[in-house]
Design a protein. Structure first.
Ligand SMILES: CC(C)(COP(=O)(O)OP(=O)(O)OC[C@H]1O[C@@H](n2cnc3c(N)ncnc32)[C@H](O)[C@@H]1OP(=O)(O)O)[C@@H](O)C(=O)NCCC(=O)NCCS
Length: 242
C-alpha cells in the first residue's frame, strides 16, 4: 500500500473524486462555506490530502487542515465550517499553526472493512507530527448518527458497547487510534437551499412546512414553504487524537 498526497500526485485528482463521490449525500456538496473555500484549501494544504494506493489504484483517502488552537475546548472552532475558515484565514494572515484538524476520510466502495480508514488517519497523524503540529483533532460525522436524527450528539456520544467503545463504527476507528471525545460541535455545518433544491438533493417531496428526517442527515432538515427555504444545521462531535 502506497501513501501519496495530492501534492505528489495531482494526476490522481479525477480518480479520487470518482472513487469517493458516491459515498456522500448530495446535500453536503452545497455547504456554502466549503464551496467558497475549497479551492484555496486545495491550493494551500495539499500536503494534508492523502491517498492510499493499492497496485496504483486509489482505495482510500482523507484530508485535514492546519489551524491555530490552544488546546482548550473553548478555543475549538465552531465545527467543520469554522475549522475551514480558521485554516484559510490563518494561512492568509500568516498565523502560526499548532494543530491538524482532520476533516474527512473515505474508502472506495468495494474497499470497506479492511481497516483502510484507520491507515488514512494514521498517515495524516504522521504528517502532522512531521510538520511539528502538536495536536490532532476532528469534528467527526459519526456514520450511524443519521439513524438517530432525534438524538442530541451529547447523548449519542455516550452510547457505548460492552467493550467501552462507541456504538458508532467511525468513532470506534478514531478511539482505537487513541482519540477521546471533547464534546459536540452544535453548528458544525450549515446548509440552506430553496425547497426545490432540497427536494432534488434528497429525492423527497416536502409538501408542508416542518422538520423532516432526511436520509444520511445527522439532524432534521427544517423546511419553510412560506420563505421557500430549507435549513440544515449539522451537529458533529469533536474528538482529540493528541
Ligand atoms: C467510514 C469509513 C471511512 C470507514 O472506512 P473502513 O476502512 O471501512 O473502516 P474500518 O475498516 O476501519 O472499519 C471500522 C469499523 O466500521 C465498520 N464498518 C465499515 N463499513 C461499515 C458499514 N458499511 N456498515 C457498518 N459498519 C461498517 C467495520 O466493521 C469496523 O467495525 P468494528 O469497529 O466493529 O471493527 C467508510 O465506511 C466510508 O468511506 N464511509 C463513507 C464516508 C464517511 O462517512 N466518512 C466518515 C465521515 S468523514
Amino acid at each position: 500500500m502506497d501513501v501519496v498526497t495530492s501534492a505528489d500526485r495531482p494526476d490522481l485528482e479525477q480518480q479520487a473524486a470518482e472513487a469517493f463521490r458516491v459515498t456522500w449525500p448530495e446535500f453536503v456538496f452545497h455547504d456554502p462555506v466549503a464551496t467558497q473555500l475549497v479551492a484555496r484549501v486545495c491550493t494551500y494544504f495539499p500536503q494534508y490530502d492523502v491517498l492510499l494506493l493499492d497496485g496504483g489504484r486509489v482505495v482510500a483517502g482523507g484530508w485535514g487542515v492546519p489551524i491555530a488552537w490552544d488546546g482548550s475546548v473553548a478555543d475549538l472552532p465552531e465545527g467543520y465550517d469554522g475549522a475551514l475558515a480558521r485554516a484559510v484565514d490563518g494561512h492568509e494572515s500568516g498565523v502560526d499553526v499548532t494543530t491538524l484538524c482532520l476533516m474527512a476520510a473515505a474508502v472506495a466502495q468495494d474497499e470497506g472493512r479492511r481497516g483502510l480508514a484507520g491507515e488514512v488517519l494514521s498517515a495524516l497523524r504522521r504528517r502532522a507530527a512531521d510538520a511539528g503540529l502538536v495536536h490532532v483533532v476532528a469534528p467527526l460525522r459519526p456514520t450511524t448518527k443519521a439513524r438517530y436524527p432525534l438524538v442530541p450528539m451529547s447523548r449519542f456520544a455516550t452510547w457505548t458497547r460492552a467493550d467501552g467503545l462507541s456504538v458508532d463504527p467511525w468513532l470506534r476507528t478514531h478511539q482505537r487510534l487513541g482519540a477521546t471525545v471533547l464534546g459536540p460541535a452544535p453548528r458544525s455545518m450549515v446548509i440552506t437551499g430553496t425547497v426545490a433544491e432540497w427536494e432534488s438533493w434528497t429525492a423527497m417531496v416536502f409538501p408542508e412546512s416542518g422538520r423532516y428526517v432526511v436520509p444520511d442527515a445527522l439532524n432534521l432538515v427544517d423546511i419553510d414553504l412560506e420563505d421557500d427555504v430549507g435549513t440544515y444545521v449539522e451537529e458533529n462531535l469533536w474528538v482529540r487524537h493528541v
